[in-house]
Ligand binder design. Structure first.
Ligand code: ADP
Ligand code: GLC
Length: 481
C-alpha cells in the first residue's frame, strides 16, 4: 500500500507530546512491512541542522492562501527503506522558537500556518510520482486535508482521489478560528455549512476532518466511546455520533527500539525482568540527580507530563500534600502552566528531602525517570491514549492511573487477573482517590516478591507497533476495497 501521513509533529525532529511518537512509530512499522510511506511535516527551526542528509525536491510549492500565493520548498529525508519524510520549508510560518505558541499564547496566525500545512499534504498527495492511495492525517493541524482531497474529486477533475483517514489524538484541540479564515482554504463557501467545516459560525478544522474523512480513528477503544458522549466529546460528540459507522478506536503502540531496557544509549544501566539490579542503579542515580537521599527502603514515585488540566495535576498536587508525610519520595519533569510550576516548586521547597522538580522538555531525562521510578503517577482527567503508562510498563515501573481512555485500556489493576495485573487504577477524580491508590502502592512496595511479579507482567506486556499497525492496515484496506 502507499500511504502519505500529514502531521504537525514527528519524532525525533519535532515533539511536544505523544503525537510525535505515535506518527513516527506507525510510519516506521508500516514501512518495515514493505508498504511505501511518506510523512509531510513542517521544517521547524533546528531540524535542518540535526538532519544533514536532506535532499531538495525538484518542484517548489506555490499555493493560494486567500488572495495571496505562498511558496515553500520541500526537503526530503529517508531515515529507512520505504519511508520518506517531506519537510515543508516555509520560514515565515515554521522557522520559529516553538511549534504552536509563544509566552503561553497561541501564535496569532496558527490558522494560516496549518491551513497551509494541510494544503501541502493535499497537494503532495496529488502530485507525488508514487501516487499515495491513502492520506492519513492527525489532529486539527492537518484535518482540512480530507476536505481538500474531496474538493479535488468533486470540483477539480480528480477521478480517483486517495482515501482519507483522520486520527484524533485529542478532541479537546479543535483548531477553531474566525469564519473569515475559511477564505484561506480557497474552496467554495458551500463547504462552510453546519454539515461541513462550520461550527457555531466559526471555522473548525477538526470538525471538517470528522465530516470529510473516509475513516476516523481515535487512539484507544475506550476514548472512541467517550468522545461520542457529551462529557468528553468537547462539543463534537453529536458530529462524531453521526459518523459512528466509520469511527474506531485503536490503542497506540510503543516503539520498543526507543523504549528498551537493554542496549539503550539513553540508559547507562541495562536491566531486564529477571535482572533488576540496573533498575536499582537508575533509582539511586535519579535520587542523586534530584538531590534526594539515595534510599532503597522507600518507594520513588514520579511524573513526566505536560502540566495542564487534562493531566490531573490539580488532584496530584492535593494527593502529594497528603502523602508526602508517608515514607516515600517523588520527582517531577514537566512543562506547561506557570500556575502548576509554582505549585510544584512550593511543595518541593517544603519537602526538600522527599520531592524534587525539574521543568522544561528533556527527552533523555524522561527515559532515566521512567527507568528509575518504582511508581509512575498519571491521574489524568481524560486521556485519549497516553504513552507514558506503556513506557512505564516496559521499564518495570508500576503505573498508577485513573481509569479513563487509553489508561483504562492499557493497564490491568492488581486486583484483577493475577497473570496480567501490572498497575494500580482508581476511578473517582479526586485527590483522596489518588492518595488511596498511592497508599496501595506503599503496601505493595513492602511486599517485594509481589512487586516483582507485577513488574514482570508489565515488562512482558506487548504494545509493539508491529501488532498495532496491522489494525491500521486493516482500516486502510477496508477503505480501498
Ligand atoms: P500527551 O501527548 O497528551 O502529552 P502522552 O502520554 O501520549 O501524552 O505523550 C507524552 C509524551 O511526551 C511522552 O513521550 C512523554 O515522555 C513526553 N513528555 C511529556 N512531557 C515531557 C517533558 N517535560 N520532557 C520530556 N518528555 C516529555
Ligand atoms: C494526545 C493525547 C495522548 C495520546 C497522544 C498520542 O496528545 O493527549 O493521550 O497518547 O495524543 O496519540
Amino acid at each position: 500500500m502507499r500511504i502519505l501521513h500529514g502531521t504537525s509533529e514527528l519524532f525525533p525532529y519535532s515533539k511536544t507530546g505523544g503525537l510525535a511518537d505515535m506518527v513516527d512509530g506507525l510510519a516506521k512499522a508500516t514501512a518495515k512491512l514493505g508498504h511505501q510511506v511518506g510523512v509531510v511535516t513542517p521544517l521547524y527551526r533546528g531540524i535542518r541542522e540535526q538532519t544533514p542528509a536532506l535532499q531538495l525536491l525538484d518542484s517548489r510549492l506555490e499555493l493560494s492562501m486567500g488572495m495571496l500565493s505562498v511558496s515553500a520548498r520541500v526537503w526530503t529525508h529517508q531515515p529507512r527503506p520505504n519511508l520518506t519524510i517531506y519537510f515543508i520549508d516555509q520560514p515565515e510560518f515554521f522557522d520559529r522558537a516553538s511549534l504552536y505558541m509563544h509566552n503561553g499564547s497561541d501564535y496569532l496566525d496558527n490558522a494560516a500556518r496549518f491551513i497551509f500545512l494541510s494544503k501541502c499534504v493535499a497537494h503532495l498527495a496529488r502530485h507525488l510520482p508514487w501516487q499515495p492511495e491513502v492520506v492519513h492525517v492527525h489532529d486539527w493541524q492537518t484535518a482540512l486535508a480530507p476536505l481538500l482531497v474531496r474538493h479535488q474529486r468533486d470540483h477539480d477533475g480528480r477521478a480517483t482521489p486517495p482515501r482519507t483517514v483522520l486520527t484524533i489524538h485529542n478532541v479537546a484541540f479543535q483548531g477553531v478560528f474566525p469564519p473569515q479564515d475559511f477564505g484561506l482554504v480557497n474552496v467554495p463557501w458551500s463547504y462552510f455549512t453546519v454539515d461541513g467545516a462550520e461550527y457555531y459560525g466559526r471555522l473548525s478544522c477538526l470538525k471538517a476532518g470528522i465530516v470529510f474523512a473516509d475513516a476516523i480513528i481515535t487512539v484507544s477503544p475506550r476514548y472512541a466511546r467517550e468522545i461520542m458522549q457529551p462529557e468528553l466529546g468537547c462539543g463534537l460528540d453529536g458530529v462524531l455520533r453521526r459518523r459512528a459507522d466509520v469511527l474506531t478506536g485503536i490503542l497506540n503502540g510503543v516503539d520498543y527500539e526507543e523504549w528498551k531496557t537493554t542496549g539503550n544509549p539513553r540508559l547507562p544501566h541495562a536491566y531486564s525482568a529477571t535482572r533488576l539490579l540496573g533498575k536499582n542503579l537508575h533509582k539511586h542515580a535519579l535520587q542523586k540527580e534530584y538531590g534526594l537521599p539515595p534510599r532503597s527502603d522507600v518507594p520513588l514515585f514520579g511524573t513526566v507530563s505536560r502540566l495542564t488540566d487534562q493531566k490531573g495535576i490539580d488532584i496530584e498536587l492535593g494527593a502529594l500534600e497528603e502523602m508526602l508525610s508517608a515514607p516515600m519520595q517523588f520527582v517531577l519533569l514537566g512543562s506547561g502552566s506557570s500556575h502548576f510550576v509554582q505549585a510544584f516548586t512550593d511543595l518541593a521547597r517544603r519537602h526538600p528531602d522527599k520531592m524534587g522538580v525539574r521543568f522544561g522538555f528533556n527527552e533523555d531525562l524522561s527515559h532515566r525517570i521512567e527507568a528509575g521510578l518504582d511508581f509512575f503517577v498519571m491521574p489524568s482527567r481524560f486521556e485519549p491514549c497516553g504513552l507514558n503508562q506503556m513506557y512505564s510498563l516496559r521499564y518495570g515501573t508500576i503505573p498508577i492511573v485513573r481509569a479513563t481512555g487509553g489508561l483504562d485500556d492499557s493497564v490491568t489493576d492488581i486486583t484483577e487477573d493475577m497473570g496480567q495485573a501490572n498497575g494500580i487504577k482508581f476511578t473517582e477524580y479526586s485527590s483522596r482517590a489518588l492518595a488511596k491508590a498511592m497508599r496501595k502502592a506503599l503496601a505493595l512496595y513492602a511486599q517485594p516478591p509481589l512487586l516483582c511479579h507485577y513488574r514482570g507482567n508489565g515488562m512482558n506486556a506487548d504494545f509493539s507497533w508491529d501488532r498495532t499497525c496491522l489494525e491500521y492496515l486493516r482500516v486502510y484496506e477496508r477503505k480501498l476495497a
